[in-house]
Design a protein around this ligand. Structure first.
Ligand SMILES: Nc1ncnc2c1ncn2[C@@H]1O[C@H](COP(=O)(O)OP(=O)(O)O)[C@@H](O)[C@H]1O
Ligand SMILES: [Mg+2]
Length: 404
């Protein structure tokens, strides 16, 4: 038998595994690296986060990714080169973190590598007649390069199985959220405010699991960050929501932005900066004569848009004015008081807390969830949630790369 397969069988039979989860979302702020100890699998999974860091992407990394990111037309040569380059970059970042944490790579069982999303193309969003009805998504940072670069068996490219099984390839949070954070005491909404905002609804543990589902709700930080970058070259985001809090919502522009059919479409749904990008904003500004709107007012309006997107999706689930489950926030937008304030206004009556209250640091949550998926791929079973709202496919996800 191939020694690497024997090693994998051995790992699968151990009571626990040490897994580095990696995540880099659409914000291009950096690579989230979460070293986790996972004991057991499935509903019995126990997770301890041993170390976490976000390794920031420098200007050069962001520049290279933006050459292809969310662009309908790119240099195929550039894209081809970026794939192994990002795999090596991520491998180096993992090794740097392990060195800082004084953990030997040989003491880590698996890397769970999400890769860098460069294009998300659900059927409802792309306009390629040749592929009508087909969902697709593309993450770069090849897993073989991560495995070879770290010397650690790597599970990568999780989203393709979800697509192959009939999903949109996102959000994948349903699985890990369900396994780690279902509670017999309460139903929960786990609201992640990344570049795109999404939530997972978890019914009370023991209730009908098929009611669990995840959906994107629209932009989270992506339009905010783009506006800051365009008006204040050198700044990446509106620290503490200070600029947005100094502005006033422009009702006309907000109305035009909310006129996009995405906000009224049935749940669950997924999206990305391919839709919620500069062209979408420019069209709404042109239509409302707000092209010259100042940055503060623009950010206040975009914060409102993100919050209303979340509120509309929540109301689609529970009905307007209905009592809401507890809301637990995560992702970088959870650090933006302007966004949290708007969410509280639009979801009155909901109790808000950070996922930290559940023992999951909000910045580490997404990277942790990929460690959970890798653990299931190696030691678990397809997670069966049943034929509920999402028809969450019962699959294990990820491709396995050997070092050496
Ligand atoms: N202190 C902060 N104040 C305001 N916004 C913040 C703060 N920290 C992070 N963010 C926002 O969060 C984003 C990163 O969120 P993240 O959850 O990493 O998203 P992604 O999954 O898309 O990478 C940043 O680009 C920024 O918009
Ligand atoms: Mg990020």
């Amino acid at each position: 038998m191939n020694a690497a397969i024997a090693r994998l069988c051995h790992l699968a039979q151990q009571p626990s595994r040490r897994i580095v989860g990696l995540m880099s979302g659409t914000s291009l702020d950096g690579l989230d690296v979460a070293l986790c100890r996972l004991t057991g699998h499935g509903a019995a999974t126990q997770l301890v986060l041993e170390h976490f860091a976000t390794v920031p992407y420098g200007d050069d990394v962001r520049r290279r990714i933006r050459q292809v990111f969310a662009r309908e037309q790119v240099s195929l040569e550039y894209l081809t080169l970026l794939n192994p380059w990002l795999g090596r970059l991520h491998a180096g970042m993992v090794l740097d973190c392990l060195r800082t944490w004084q953990v030997a790579p040989a003491a880590v069982d698996l890397v769970a590598s999400h890769g860098q999303t460069v294009y998300h193309a659900p059927a409802h969003q792309h306009s390629q007649a040749d592929f009508a009805g087909l969902n697709a998504t593309l993450q770069l940072g090849d897993g073989d390069h991560v495995a070879q670069g770290t010397g650690i068996i790597t599970v990568s490219d999780f989203r393709q199985k979800h697509l192959a099984a009939g999903g949109e390839g996102a959000p994948l949070a349903t699985y890990g959220d369900y396994l780690l954070l279902s509670s017999p005491a309460e139903a929960r909404l786990l609201l992640n405010l990344g570049g795109i905002a999404n939530f997972t609804y978890l019914p009370r543990a023991g209730a009908d699991a098929s009611a669990a589902f995840s959906t994107d709700t629209g932009p989270g930080n992506t339009l905010l960050d783009a506006a800051v970058r365009a008006h204040r070259p050198g700044l990446q985001y509106d620290e503490g929501g200070r600029l947005a809090r100094a502005g006033r919502v422009h009702a006309g522009l907000l109305g035009a932005l909310l006129g996009h059919p995405f906000f009224a479409a049935a749940l669950p749904k997924t999206t990305g900066p391919e839709l919620f990008g500069p062209a979408y904003l420019a069209a709404a500004q042109a239509a409302t004569g707000t092209t010259a709107l100042g940055l503060e007012d623009l950010l206040a309006t975009l914060v409102e848009l993100s919050a209303v997107g979340v509120a509309r999706a929540v109301q689609q689930v529970f009905g307007p004015g209905a009592p809401l489950p507890a809301v637990y926030t995560s992702g970088g937008g959870a650090h933006n008081p302007a966004l949290l304030g708007a969410l509280r206004r639009h979801l009155p009556g909901a109790a808000f807390a950070s996922t930290a209250a559940l023992g999951v640091p909000p910045d580490a949550k997404e990277a942790i969830l990929f460690a959970v998926l890798a653990n299931e791929a190696v030691a678990g079973q397809p997670v069966a949630l049943g034929a509920g709202r999402q028809r969450v496919p019962a699959v294990t996800m990820g491709k396995i790369s050997w070092p050496g």
